[in-house]
Design a protein around this ligand. Structure first.
Ligand SMILES: [Mn+2]
Length: 317
């Protein structure tokens, strides 16, 4: 089976690059560091986790110093790609390290994964990539140490929205219980990664809430943030991640939309408690999960708003 083959390949390899999607969230950070910690425990010589930047809250993850901005070599024995449905979702400056690697392994839970690896462990119903790792490691004879469990529970807590999304499974709680018994401070991690915000994050959320509009008989919400807003408020990496879900907390709202300006246009995040929003994002060249998806549109905020609302209202029933 795939996991047996993967561990054989890992045993043979000595140099590793570990990657995930750009603008990493807790699952991307927790999954990459869980693998990196496991490789470190195996005594591997080169382990490079590459991110251009990541949210400062994840500095508490064990062996965070394995995260680097630049690769230390050009050709790795193995590329391990986590939480990423497509190599294009990895920062473009790192894509070559996937292409150049002798073996490509991936673990993921996104819909419509392109199966780009030599070995693909993909389960779109798993609530987090970290949960796929948590269930795979025992089959790979990788011991889940307290450090690795800390990384995995971070990914699970963030991608399940603190165990509240429908995707949460029995295994999610079983793993959380097991991690607690291993001495992992689950409630402390929960508070650090989900319930704590910097002043700039709070100010950004306040602005997004003040701009939030209820449209289509209060079934759709729309809000946005420009680059200028971000600069003025001093917003740092990851600090806008919670804004997309705000609309879904209003009773009766079916789809919440957040448009966030980036260098290549507006990144539009869609969230729903029930309706498949990945379908809408597909039409704009994006994708994601059923209830949390995104796409990028390079146009003015007025044009973006018009286009996405026009399409979104067709998906209300
Ligand atoms: Mn994920």
């Amino acid at each position: 089976m795939t996991l047996d083959e993967i561990i054989k390949e890992i045993n043979k390899a000595e140099t590793f690059v570990v990657l995930a999607h750009e603008n990493p969230d807790g699952d991307a950070m927790g999954s990459t560091l869980a693998i990196a910690n496991a490789l470190k425990n195996m005594g591997k010589s080169t382990i490079d986790v590459l991110f251009k930047e990541y949210p400062a809250i994840f500095n508490m993850l064990p062996n965070i110093d394995l995260v680097k901005k630049e690769a230390s070599i050009s050709h790795y024995d193995m590329a391990i790609v986590l939480d990423c449905p497509d190599t294009k979702r990895v920062s473009s400056i790192y894509e070559e390290y996937i292409e150049n690697a002798k073996v490509i392994v991936q673990f993921d839970h996104h819909l419509r994964n392109t199966m780009f690896g030599d070995y693909n462990v993909v389960n779109p119903v798993a609530p987090a990539c970290a949960q796929i790792l948590a269930s795979s490691f025992p089959y790979m004879n990788i011991e889940i140490t307290q450090d690795i469990a800390t990384c995995l529970i971070t990914g699970i807590i963030t991608d399940t929205g603190g165990f509240r999304f429908d995707s949460t499974t029995t295994e999610t709680f079983e793993f959380a219980g097991w991690a607690l018994s291993k001495g992992v401070n689950v409630s402390k991690i929960y508070k650090e990664v989900l319930m704590t915000k910097s002043k700039s994050q709070f100010e950004a959320e306040k602005l997004a809430v003040s701009r939030l509009e209820l449209l289509e008989n209060d079934k759709i919400t729309f809000t946005y943030m420009t680059k200028e807003d971000e600069q003025r408020l001093g917003v740092k990496a990851g600090e806008l991640d919670g804004i997309a879900t705000i609309g879904t907390t209003i009773k009766g709202v079916e789809i919440a939309i957040f448009a966030h300006e980036r260098d290549n246009g507006f990144k539009i995040s869609f969230r729903s408690n029930r309706i498949d929003v990945s379908d809408i994002c597909m039409l704009f060249g994006g994708g994601g999960h059923k209830l949390a998806a995104g796409c990028t549109i390079d146009a003015s905020i007025e044009e973006v708003k018009k286009a996405v609302i026009e399409e979104t209202k067709k998906h209300l029933d």
